[in-house]
Design a protein around this ligand. Structure first.
Ligand code: ZN
Ligand code: FE
Length: 264
């Protein structure tokens, strides 16, 4: 039996910059934060809620995910976990796929998800208050995926396949509020997808109230996200209209990603 029962964890999306979310998970006493691109929103939340920062989980090296790491570590003594293959503010515990990161009594499993960056990692816990939880940085967004800055389409497709294989009930904590613009693209790719249309209406309602559209879930993303659906006949056909030579899964995925890059 576990001596520490990770129960009644609260999950909060702290907005930062234009459209980042700094995910804060806490048990009323201790907290962890994911990808703190800026320190002040996190420090404010810790003060307001009376929390001690125990851990910082970093998914990849971009500044909007790491800019607040050094200041928060200095102010709180929090332990920093990050991708072994990337440069993030030292010192940190370097992680690669299959490693575990223990924070707030939760053992997060590390998944390698190269594509957006070469060493990008995600953090998965199979039971936090009865449901799995995923912090996926800039790899998977609701209705979309990260841009391929350092990785290949084959790598990103494999990374998204690994995330899509997680339990349907997994809460998906993405690092950006890109949902509505992603769904606008997804609707063009797959106009007959009823689940997608319904989800778009729901997210429009949330955004109109200034609320996050996240966390999403793996089950929902499998139903609506074209980048998890590139092997579906309708999605592959739409991509091939743009790239007739795309004749395997990776080429179709690459065509879809390219289409999104050019989509206005
Ligand atoms: Zn990024
Ligand atoms: Fe980012």
């Amino acid at each position: 039996m576990a001596f520490y029962n990770p129960r009644f964890m609260e999950l909060i999306a702290l907005p930062a910059f234009e459209d980042n979310y700094l995910w804060l998970l806490h048990d009323g006493t201790q907290a962890l934060v994911v990808d703190p691109g800026a320190a002040p929103p996190v420090a404010d939340a810790l003060r307001r809620l009376g929390l001690r920062l125990a851990a910082i989980l970093v998914t990849h090296h971009h500044g909007d995910h790491t800019g607040g790491v050094a200041a928060l570590r200095e102010a709180t003594g929090a332990r920093v976990f990050g991708p072994a293959r990337e440069r993030i503010p030292e010192p940190f515990t370097p992680l690669t796929g299959g490693d575990r990161a223990l924070a707030l009594g939760i053992a997060f499993r590390v998944i390698d998800v190269p594509g957006h960056t070469a060493g990008h990692i995600a953090y998965f816990a199979d039971d936090v208050d009865g449901a799995p939880l995923l912090f996926c940085g800039d790899t998977l967004f609701s209705g979309g995926c990260g841009r391929l800055f350092e990785g290949t389409p084959a790598q990103m497709l494999a990374s998204l396949d690994a995330l899509a294989a997680l339990p349907a009930s997994t809460r998906v904590c993405c690092a950006h509020e890109y949902t509505l613009s992603n769904l606008r693209f997804a609707r063009v790719v797959e106009p007959a997808n009823a689940a997608l249309a319904g989800h778009e209406r729901q997210c429009q309602g949330l955004r109109a109230q200034g609320l996050p559209t996240l966390p999403s879930s793996v089950g929902l993303e499998r139903a609506i996200n074209p980048f998890l659906r590139s092997r579906e006949a309708a999605v592959a056909q739409a991509a091939r209209v743009r790239a007739p030579a795309a004749n395997d899964d990776v080429a179709v995925f690459a065509a879809l990603r390219q289409w999104k890059n050019e989509f206005k």
